[in-house]
Design a protein around this ligand. Structure first.
Ligand code: GAP
Length: 467
């Protein structure tokens, strides 16, 4: 077995995801819905495992962080207070010839111009200059016939109430663009009901919605996605120390989940929001996207969020410390995209190997995250005694692990399928098993096979999965 030259492309990952049931384009039988995806059996299991690993490190293992599951719909004033209504926009530019739509700031980046946080006027000035020089071209068709940039709101609107009511500005509600909004609104209830003392955090995992202008990188940037966010409430004097602590903890989470340190790096934001004092992103080096891109942000947000919600709601969101001093807590946020992380693990795990002149595609997920832990096969599906024994082994193992019973096709095809799903171990029951009560266990990564007594399987896998 030799590793083939690494030419992992996004197309290969997208194709494997559909072929093996990780991710499907949503509403496909109706022609699809742009930038929305469904997760199949293995995609759901993998996503849940990533989420659970995050939850374990952020909530289960910590005494200072509690969980929350807040509603997607919130009072519309929430998003006025947070600055999203009116302010959560991207600059959009259209090609009049091919009708493609682009983010103007991303287009300017291709000309070496950093327009992150630039005003619309500044963006249009840059575009006009390029236009005058005859340089401004559509990245898709090369046409010079591009519109001026205009502002495009990322907020997704809905309406609730009586079904006969019109969809008006009065009854509009928004699908939350980030999950942290719900955390800010439940800060007071959390303090009142759980009597948490600063510093403490509230974590939640949930859906967020953004009307992204361009969403072309599979599940990297979609219009419906999941975030895993934690807001840590603290005294301002603690920010420096706790920011360092959370940066270290979040970095370590990636290493603990099998991502090597040369595959991730820090990006420090130079231009900060007016209320922020520090912002770093963790970037991952995608083979399939051709470079490093953001997975998670760690932000020191001052007391802006709670101050705004106190102002707009008229409810005091102060904290009174043991000395009787009242103040609005400052917030440190860790914010990661679950779907983007899933793409990171797919990208990292994807490998092609040459095995006796044939290409083996194998997803080398860290064992703890693999969607299926153990597959169990009878050597032949038409031998009832083998099927019966294999079912017995399967029924026992599935009490402790997510397992799969597979008797489709020949053994070679089953190995190939399980390799593409990323199953760390395959157990085969053959004729010797009937006499000697043992089975063959094949390791996904080395492809080595060992004979193990059925009675020893429990300890064998306990060792393997705890390692
Ligand atoms: N509360 C802060 C916040 O939402 P963000 O940088 O806009 O910050 C945090 O988003 C993370 O959410 C990103 O690092 C990314 O992983 C994920 N994310 C943001 N927009 C996304 C999208 N359209 N599709 C998938 N993931 C997205």
């Amino acid at each position: 077995m030799t590793n083939k030259k690494d030419d992992t492309t996004l197309e290969k990952i997208v194709s494997l995801c559909k072929r093996r049931g990780f991710v499907y384009p949503s509403s496909e039988i109706y022609g699809g819905l742009a930038a929305i995806y469904d997760y199949g059996h293995y995609g759901t299991l993998l996503k849940n495992n990533i989420r659970d690993s995050w939850w374990k490190s952020m909530v289960q293992m910590r005494d200072d962080v509690v969980g929350l599951d807040s509603a997607i719909f919130m009072h519309p004033k929430t998003w006025v207070a947070s600055g999203h209504v009116g302010g959560f926009n991207d600059p959009q530019i259209d090609c009049k010839k091919c009708k493609n739509r682009f983010r103007a700031d991303h287009l300017l980046k291709e000309y070496g111009i950093d327009a992150d946080k630039a005003t619309l006027e500044e963006i249009n000035n840059h575009l006009d200059k390029l236009r005058e020089q005859g340089k401004l071209k559509c990245p898709n068709c090369g046409s010079t016939n591009l519109t001026k940039a205009k502002i495009f709101s990322l907020m997704v609107k809905s309406n609730i109430g009586s079904p006969t009511e019109e969809f008006t500005e009065e009854n509009v509600v928004y699908l939350r663009p980030e999950t942290c909004g719900g955390i800010y609104l439940e800060y007071k209830n959390t303090v009142d009901s759980l009597h948490k003392k600063l510093p403490f955090g509230i974590a939640q995992v949930g859906k967020a919605f953004r009307n992204e202008i361009v969403a072309r990188q599979f599940i990297f940037r979609t219009r419906e996605f999941e975030q895993m966010e934690m807001q840590y409430f603290l005294q301002p004097s603690m920010m420096k120390e706790k920011y360092k602590m959370w940066k270290e903890l979040r970095w370590q989470w990636y290493l603990d989940n099998g991502i090597p340190k040369d595959k991730i790096k820090w990006h420090q934001h130079e231009k900060l929001a007016h209320y922020a004092t520090e912002a770093y992103d963790i970037l991952y080096g995608f083979k399939s996207l051709g470079g490093f891109d953001e997975i998670e942000g760690i932000h020191a947000r001052g007391n802006w969020d709670l101050s705004q919600h106190a102002k707009f709601s008229g409810v005091e969101l102060n904290y009174t410390d043991d000395g009787g001093e009242k103040f609005i807590p400052h917030i440190l946020e860790t914010s990661a995209g679950l779907n983007r992380m899933l793409l990171m693990f797919l990208d990292f795990a994807y490998a092609e190997e040459d095995v006796n002149g044939e290409t083996r595609v194998v997803m080398k997920f860290p064992k703890a995250l693999a969607p299926i832990k153990i597959a169990v096969f009878p050597l032949l599906r038409n031998k009832p005694e083998l099927v019966k024994k294999a079912k017995e082994v399967y029924d026992k193992l599935k009490l402790d692990y997510i397992c799969e019973f597979d008797d489709n096709g020949n053994i070679g095809k089953r190995y190939r399928r399980q390799d593409e799903i990323g199953t760390p171990f395959c157990v085969t029951v053959d004729f010797d098993s009937l006499e000697k009560s043992d089975v063959t266990v094949r390791d996904r990564d080395t492809m080595e096979q060992v004979r193990i007594k059925i009675s020893d399987l429990e300890n064998f896998f306990k060792d393997k999965f705890s390692a």
